[in-house]
Design a protein around this ligand. Sequence first.
Ligand code: ARG
Length: 465
Amino acid sequence: MSSEKQPTKLWGGRFTGATDPLMDLYNASLPYDKAMYDADLTGTKVYTEGLNKIGLITAEELSEIHRGLEVIRKEWAAGEFVEKPGDEDIHTANERRLGEIIGTHISGKVHTGRSRNDQVATDMRIYVREKLGELVKFVGEFVKVIVTRAEQEIDVLMPGYTHLQRAQPIRWAHWLSMYATYFTEDFKRLKQIQARVNQSPLGAGALAGHPYGIDREFLAQGLGFDSVIGNSLTAVSDRDFVVETMFWCSLFMNHISRFSEDLIIYSTAEFGFIQCSDAYSTGSSLMPQKKNPDALELLRGKAGRVFGSLSGFLMSIKSIPSTYNKDMQEDKEPLFDALRTVEHSVLIATGVISTLKINKEKMEAALTMDMLATDLADYLVRKGVPFRETHHISGECVRAAEEQKLSGIDQLTLEQFQGIDKRFGEDVKDIFDFEASVERRDAIGGTAKKAVLAQLKNLAAQVNQ
Ligand code: ARG
């Protein structure tokens, strides 16, 4: 019964009728699970091959079924599939249509021994596996773009921050390499999840297993799964792969959000380190001078939406009894939304980072001599003074420069340095060079040119696997 036919009943005595039209709408997942039409048809194709293998479907019936499934596939692809009332979800819609094409005397056999419970779990895993495959490509490309940019701009220095306070000079490429490292870990994590997703629930039946001895290994192989889920109850009830995928999406968006926040700060007039390209900015409807980093703000904002998908679905399933319960249908919308959001976000972030302009002069002008106070302490360490002592001595130099209203510690004379500590020598002036400071940090992972280049090379190699 369609809701269009009985609009009054929808809001009227809706609890009295045998079929509540609102319940039809409430129950239906077709509006969103049709995204999995291809996986569903493929699942049925291989499942019926399995049925043929155990003698429950003849070769002729199988070829009719395959023909019908192809017709349906084309209809969906062309946007010509006609949805009908009673099509509760993609599984029932496809089966109903198959009956119309090849006759229900044959289509009525395809569900033998199968349940929508193992069917939906199969479809979801196929769908997620494909989406993760696309993300692997996109995230790999994103890392490569960051790495290439970093290699090209290896000579640019900027302040590194802790607590958003200037801390020590670093290379801009080192900052880029930091995020490339996060995203490379995301790339690797994605591949680990792919392996866990790619297990077959098909042939588990509603929950208890298959009564006709279907060859589950055969089904798994036919569908490109790496293995069979070893317990039929787990096979139909497990949505950990959905949770894990949304967790991946959340963690990735967390990295994207921090990356965006840094760039938003760097793009302010106060910093002026970078400028987003016009392709990823918009103006203000009121203030003509404004150029806003909208893409970065959306990337930061959409992280919240993805976290919500994860936590919402965890709430939905946290107390459901074993095995399948309709609560589990709530897996789809948040998952699809999270995947779509992440896919768009990685592409936008790639666009932003490949087109933004840096202002090298502004970055380097933001370096101040006080950022070399640690280097000054290290200078005395190299002369054998314990670091705790040199830290204190360097602090005194900073204070002396401040008290004398000098522009920086480099303006203290040798006599003044020696007045604070006799072990300062003529060569102390060599400390006050940002490039030299950066180049001293040449251990693995550091900001020296060779260390950063090694990181970049390593990252590129990891995403090329
Ligand atoms: N549309 C359902 C879902 O997405 C399919 C499984 C229905 N199973 C059932 N026993 N009602 O979860």
